[in-house]
Design a protein around this ligand. Structure first.
Ligand SMILES: O=C([O-])C(=O)C[C@H](O)[C@@H](O)C(=O)[O-]
Length: 312
């Protein structure tokens, strides 16, 4: 049972850094429960605003509905109230509802609604899809603006009017005009989070468009650096943000952009580099090639983003 009412959850999430824990797979490709518990335990030991289990970086798109539910339950049990854990819902409407109910039963505090895949859809159809998921749960729901789920400002407003438990808008498109429209029409009724790949890159400019927080995939392996970056963003310290972009984030993007799908693979690469190996990614993603992993390991060391105090 969730401990936060939807609007209370929004208040907690909007002023903290958010992250998406990677899901470990064992040698046989199965979810590695012991290593996941260990990872969530470490990730929950910092001052993080919330963790989204089985999301994009958690390869939720490669998990069966049963695995997704199990991963969310493990995350809830392991975080043990130290930070809110949210689940994700994706695919067709019936499956997304199944994910939502399973996440709620697993004790998640909220839900990220991923886009429905493959087909195109118009605003009325998208509204009905998101509306059905919001109606299926008492959890706070955040929609993910990406892929075939691009929500107009009016669709967001209609969804907000219908469902008090619709609390947040996560963006992975970076269309400034759309974001200006969504924020201008919906204002404080929702909270807004940046979710572009390697969200640090865009965090400071998007703050001006109402995005008070973002999801940091790199928090998975360099949590201290990711939290320091977030503090710099929130205190509008342009010089500190620029220094961190130059020292680590932009060279990291150079490695990430070498192969499609590396946005997730590089997180598992980073975990290997800091001695917290969570295994391989599942197809259709590919692990970092040996040279890319070596370059990432060198970068993490030279940028000094992994504290020496970490026993790994
Ligand atoms: O669904 C997800 O894992 C994401 O939102 C992706 C990341 O957290 C993204 O914002 C990033 O790469 O920093």
């Amino acid at each position: 049972m969730a401990t936060y009412a939807p609007q209370e959850l929004a208040t907690v999430l909007k002023d903290g850094l958010l992250s998406f824990p990677a899901t470990p797979f064992a040698g046989d490709g199965e979810v590695d429960e012991a290593r996941y518990r260990e990872h969530i335990d470490w990730q929950s030991s910092f001052d993080i605003g919330g963790l989204f289990a089985a999301g994009g970086t958690g390869e939720g798109f490669s998990l069966t509905p049963e695995e997704s539910a199990r991963v969310v339950r493990l995350a809830v049990e392991t975080a043990a109230g130290r930070t809110p854990v949210l689940g994700s819902a994706g695919g067709n409407t019936a499956q997304a509802i199944q994910n939502a109910r399973a996440a709620e039963a697993a004790g998640a505090e909220g839900l990220l609604l991923l886009p429905p895949y493959l087909t195109e859809c118009d605003q009325d159809g998208l509204l009905e899809h998101a509306s059905a998921v919001c109606a299926s749960t008492s959890l706070g729901v955040i929609v993910y603006n990406r892929g075939n789920a691009v929500y107009s400002a009016q669709t967001v407003a209609r969804l907000a009017e219908r469902h008090p438990n619709f609390i947040g808008f996560k963006d992975a498109l970076g269309d400034i005009e759309q974001l200006a429209r969504v924020y201008t029409l919906n204002g404080d009724r929702l909270f807004y989070l940046g979710g572009l790949p390697t969200a640090e890159t865009f965090a400071l400019p998007l703050l001006q468009l109402g995005m008070s927080t973002y999801s940091s995939a790199m928090y998975n392996f360099v949590p201290e650096f990711a939290l320091a970056f977030y503090r710099d963003v929130r205190s509008l310290d342009h010089a500190a943000v620029t220094e961190k972009l130059g020292r680590f984030v932009l060279p990291y993007l150079d490695i990430r952009d070498r192969t499609k799908g590396y946005g997730v693979s590089i997180v598992k690469g980073g975990l290997k580099a800091v001695g917290r190996d969570l295994g391989s990614v599942r197809p259709p993603l590919q692990d970092l090639a040996a040279q890319d992993l070596a370059d990432l390991t060198t970068l993490i060391k030279s940028a000094d983003v992994h504290p020496e105090g970490d026993p790994r």
